[in-house]
Design a protein around this ligand. Structure first.
Ligand SMILES: [Zn+2]
Length: 61
């Protein structure tokens, strides 16, 4: 069962490290984009790091 792959942005809660899928939304121009969730379902924090940035974030102490 393979669809065309769709890139879903993922965001990691910087406080409990739960991974959230980005919320799809559309710009007025009709482009698709993703937004981080308003708050973490695990701990309620609202500080998210994009998954690409997370790799740097976590290895850069
Ligand atoms: Zn959290």
């Amino acid at each position: 069962m393979s669809h065309a792959p769709e890139e879903v942005a993922r965001y990691i809660c910087s406080s409990c490290q739960l991974v959230h899928a980005g919320t799809p939304s559309r710009t007025p121009a009709g482009k698709r984009r993703f937004e981080p969730p308003a708050e973490c379902g695990g701990c309620g924090a609202d500080d998210f790091i994009g998954i690409e940035n997370w790799i740097h974030h976590s290895s850069e102490e």
